[in-house]
Design a protein around this ligand. Sequence first.
Ligand code: PLP
Ligand code: COI
Length: 342
Amino acid sequence: MAKELDLDWANLKFGYLPTDYNVRCYFRDGKWGEIEVSSSDTINMHMAATCLHYGQEAFEGLKAYRCKDGHIRVFRPEENAARLQSTCRGILMPELPTEKFVEMVKKVVLLNERFVPPYESGATLYVRPLLIGTSAQVGVHPATEYLFIIFVTPVGPYFKGGFATNNYVIARDHDRSAPLGTGIYKVGGNYAASLQANKWAHDQGYACEFYLDAKEKKYIDECGAANFFGIKNNTYVTPLSTSILPSITNKSLMQLAEDLGMKVERRQIPEEELETFEEAGACGTAAVISPIGEIDDPVMNKKYVIAKDGKPGPISEKLYKKLKAIQYGEEPDTHNWITIVK
Ligand code: PLP
Ligand code: COI
């Protein structure tokens, strides 16, 4: 019987806490091997591995929820598997089959069951899959060997204060990805490219940096590591861009907005349109829905106040509650989004 944990669940940060096990699978000789269980949180690898030099690294992020009915659920893991496969095609890595991905997610959550935070603690178990090129290469070429790992760690909210408004700042002096680059893939390089802007935003007291499209600096791209949505006239509006990550949360919210009888528009959003939104939010696995208070554009001396009273808007709240109710099994899973781990 595993030991009960004595963690301060309600005050967990979005950070790394060691857990009992991770699961691993190696790609060698042109094929994926068996799933292995490890209790070590380090890896041993060749110093010329392609992940270390040429950025052959992809990751994913999803969460496991301990629910009121005693089950542990994960949200749309097949979508993460599909996005990882897309990233693999993007940076020439072998694709991991969806079934293996989902099996490994279930296994690693179950193995670390005692780390799945209690229901209503405000914390969740963050599941972090990563895939790296491990064989040596000095010329710029893909590796021949790869390692896929999934580790888990219990996390608190990504933004302090949970479901409350946050302010963002437009990072005109930074691009996280190029229009025909790797922005649509979940590769580490995009996050390295965001570190300066993220620090710049935090240093000025903003929750996060906000990106415009890299080519014209005219249209809205993303809010740091989350997608953007705006709401007006009973319409959910979200950017269409070749340089943002296709968010699974956003895809789900588009569906839920439709279910609520709203119109959904996926199109370019000029920066000035921010003035017209009744509500706006950042959405993602880590961020869930984080309502936007205001977005500042200091270089252009502009300020877009979206939440006039500083509070989350009613439609954002409705979407947030609906999404959480599905994730926690408290509303019927009509779209087949849930995998029950236990
Ligand atoms: N955009 C970026 C750059 C991200 O890193 C993430 C997080 O995964 C998202 C958006 C949100 O995607 P998802 O909803 O699939 O977590
Ligand atoms: C997620 O939402 O899962 C993310 O990947 C955000 C993150 C980079 C912490």
